[in-house]
Ligand binder design. Structure first.
Ligand SMILES: Nc1ncnc2c1ncn2[C@@H]1O[C@H](COP(=O)(O)OP(=O)(O)OP(=O)(O)O)[C@@H](O)[C@H]1O
Ligand SMILES: [Mg+2]
Length: 299
């Protein structure tokens, strides 16, 4: 498909694959392109034509992902939105080296991803802390596993401060709230200095106030550390609040339907005109992608 800008004036937002969206109103600036990926110069992660089909013991198959390609720039914050079952976790697990594609390849810093490595941090939706370890011990776990705890011990305190959990160092996961536990999970992954932090709906089970709090903490950590982030979320506002770029996937089999670049400076105002304009664009794209029964999205 050729690259063609759509004739809409506006606010500096790029999007693609919006074939039926009304473009006549005073809308965000939308440019159509086949693959608005970053240039290979700043590229840290490349997902190239990845396909994944699951086969069960009876030989039934589920095509989870079809021909997914994505390029992520160093330091970029990318969010992935798509309906339940469209293959987001499958994709994240392959980036983490926990699963392998049927065809295509995934490359981190020029090296094919073949197995898990400390270069790829992973934060699960919930319950990923070791219940028998304290906050401090959970955050230290990776350092201890790599034998660098002694020299990096001071970092544990720094991270506990960064996530606002000073005073809870000796608490066990069951003694802290779900939001606090997710902050610990993020710190536990980030302290290992991953090249890319993968977040699979880490705030999915939290109330909106706690989500907003963790989103701000995550942004703070991202700005301080400049870690490349790939976040899976069902929450459109969360994606706009945090991301440089939003990837929209089709229902299963998951394919990339479009990209939306968010060029609003931080801190972003959730009720701002540009914010709401992007939100409307995403919702329109999601409606176009809607299957029966309609997927649920948090708005
Ligand atoms: N290990 C597996 N064996 C068989 N099928 C699987 C396996 N893992 C995932 N699937 C199937 O692949 C599809 C994609 O699953 P995946 O977990 O990646 O979706 P998702 O987009 O993360 O969904 P959600 O938003 O609900 O978390 C689903 O239909 C799921 O049933
Ligand atoms: Mg999932």
């Amino acid at each position: 498909m050729s690259v063609q800008p759509l004739p809409i004036g506006g606010l500096g937002i790029d999007a693609i694959n919006r074939p039926h969206i009304d473009t006549s109103a005073k809308r965000a600036d939308i440019a159509r392109s086949e693959n608005p990926s970053p240039s290979s110069d700043g590229e840290i992660l490349k997902i190239d034509s990845v396909t994944r089909t699951y086969t069960d013991a009876e030989g039934n198959t589920v095509e989870a992902l079809r021909d997914v390609s994505l390029s992520v720039k160093r330091g970029e914050f990318v969010s992935i939105i798509g309906s339940s079952g469209c293959g987001k976790t499958t994709l994240l697990r392959m980036i983490a080296g926990l699963d392998a594609p049927e065809s295509g390849e995934l490359v981190l810093n020029g090296e094919r991803i073949a197995r898990p490595s400390q270069k790829l941090g992973y934060v699960f939706q919930q319950g990923s802390l070791f219940p028998w370890q304290t906050v401090e011990q959970n955050i230290s776990a990776g350092l201890k596993a790599r034998g660098v705890y002694k020299e990096r011990k001071a970092d544990v305190k720094t991270y506990i401060e960064l996530i606002g959990l000073t005073g809870f160092e000796k608490s066990f996961p069951h003694q802290i709230s779900g939001g606090m536990a997710q902050r610990v999970a993020i710190a536990r992954a980030l302290i290992n200095n991953p090249a890319v932090l993968l977040l699979d709906e880490p705030m999915g089970a939290l109330d909106s106030l706690t989500r907003a709090d963790i989103q701000c903490k995550l942004l703070e950590l991202w700005k301080k550390r400049n870690t490349t982030m790939v976040l899976v979320t069902h929450d459109v506002d969360e994606a706009i609040f945090l991301s440089d770029r939003i990837v929209i996937m089709t229902p299963r089999p998951g394919k990339i339907q479009g990209f939306i670049s968010v060029k609003i400076p931080h801190p972003r105002h959730r009720g701002g005109i540009e914010f709401l304009s992007i939100r409307r664009d995403i919702l329109e794209v999601l409606h176009l992608a809607r299957a029966n029964p309609a997927p649920e999205y948090m708005i």
